[in-house]
Design a protein around this ligand. Structure first.
Ligand SMILES: [Zn+2]
Ligand SMILES: [Zn+2]
Length: 368
């Protein structure tokens, strides 16, 4: 049975099940993209490597529709290994949440991705842009990519205009038809993460995003190259041309390279009752962030409003072959547990986590 971790996050606290099946309580609202345990020794020995671009995912808001005292509305930030950051959704007061998360910095933001134009996903954006402008950390030569469904630009520009807000840096808008698939490729030039957007079912047009690390640069194993007779200037030729001939034998670059792990993917979904449009593109993803607005058993109500239950989120994660599912966008009706109250009887939102775990176990067993 394959192991799927299920993390269920709320502001500054998460309960997660790691691969060794222990339950841990964390005091930060971030998860990290670490390599599977069974690769640790190879990584340490340098025989495996990857581009290591996906580094951290920070949750700034996990509430559905409106904020609660413990949860703000939707926003999360993906940090890459070079420190650059992409934000997904920007509900009202997201910039307030950033004040509590020193690892999230406006000056590091390269892109803001919006899934749909519901207020709880986008109304924090004009204020954040105005603050970034006043902070002065960005220059004319540092445009911010703002990516989202058609209408996003008009919304932002109208609010900025009517509030007499003027930005000191340019915005590079990428408005996407939310009924179409968009394979946008590397967003910041060669060897940068690739982005694709897919139409997913919700009460209004909505996008789900698949972000893929760029393929790692081939790394030559000097010992293996030497054993095949490739050394000195021939190494440069091999790197440039992809192959060299040594004493009549053709040696390819891949013959002398360390094994490379495949690029990892993360699937970041907006509100949805059906994200099957990206099952193929997101197949084998490292992490999927999926809404779980309602508890299982409330599927009819959830689907009628374009939302999902915990069981529906688990079904999507299994269809994607995901290694980790993060549940978010939790209805305010579910009370939040404090870090001290980790028994399901004391909080209703931990019941959702148990539901998801049980559903994942039952469905995985059925697939065996
Ligand atoms: Zn929402
Ligand atoms: Zn919505």
């Amino acid at each position: 049975m394959r192991v799927m971790q299920i993390a269920y996050l709320w502001l500054y606290c998460c309960v997660c099940v790691c691969e060794c099946e222990c339950v841990c309580v964390c005091v930060v609202c971030s998860i990290f993209f670490v390599d599977a345990h069974n690769n640790a020794s190879e990584m340490a020995a340098g025989t495996l490597y990857r581009a290591a671009q996906l580094s951290r995912l920070t949750f700034l808001g996990t509430s559905a529709g409106c904020p609660t005292k413990q949860r703000n509305v939707t926003s999360h930030v993906l940090t890459f290994s070079n420190g650059r950051q992409w934000m997904l959704d920007c509900g009202e007061a997201t910039q307030h949440q950033m004040l509590h998360c020193p690892e999230v910095k406006g000056s590091r933001l390269d892109a803001i991705l919006i899934t749909h134009l519901h207020a709880d996903h986008v109304l924090g954006l004009p204020g954040l842009l105005a603050t970034l402008s006043m902070a002065g950390g960005r220059s004319e030569s540092q445009p911010l990519k703002v990516i989202g469904p058609t209408g996003l630009r008009r919304l932002i520009e109208t609010i900025l205009e009517l509030t007499f807000s003027y930005l000191t840096f340019p915005i590079d808008y990428h408005e996407l038809d939310p009924l179409e698939t968009h394979e946008l490729g590397p967003m910041f030039g060669p060897d940068t993460p690739e982005l694709a957007a897919y139409p997913i079912k919700h009460a209004v047009p909505c996008l789900g995003y698949v972000i893929t690390e760029s393929p790692p640069t081939p790394k030559i194993d000097a010992a293996r190259a030497k054993a095949l007779g490739v050394s000195g200037p021939l190494l440069g030729t091999l790197r440039r041309e992809g192959s060299v001939t040594i004493e009549g034998q053709l040696v390819h670059l891949e013959d002398v390279c360390h094994a490379a792990l495949p690029p990892r993917k993360v699937v970041l979904l907006g509100d949805t009752s059906d994200a099957s449009s990206l099952h193929a593109a997101g197949q084998g993803c490292h992490t999927v962030v999926h809404e779980a607005t309602l508890a299982s058993g409330m599927e009819d109500q959830a689907v009628a409003n374009g939302h999902s239950t915990t069981n529906m989120a688990v079904d999507t994660a299994l269809a994607l072959g995901a290694s980790r599912l993060i549940l978010t966008h939790i209805s305010p009706r579910y009370a939040v547990a404090s870090p001290e109250e980790t028994t399901p009887a004391k909080s209703t939102d931990l019941v959702l986590l148990d539901e998801a775990r049980n559903a994942a176990t039952a469905r995985s067993s059925a697939l065996e």
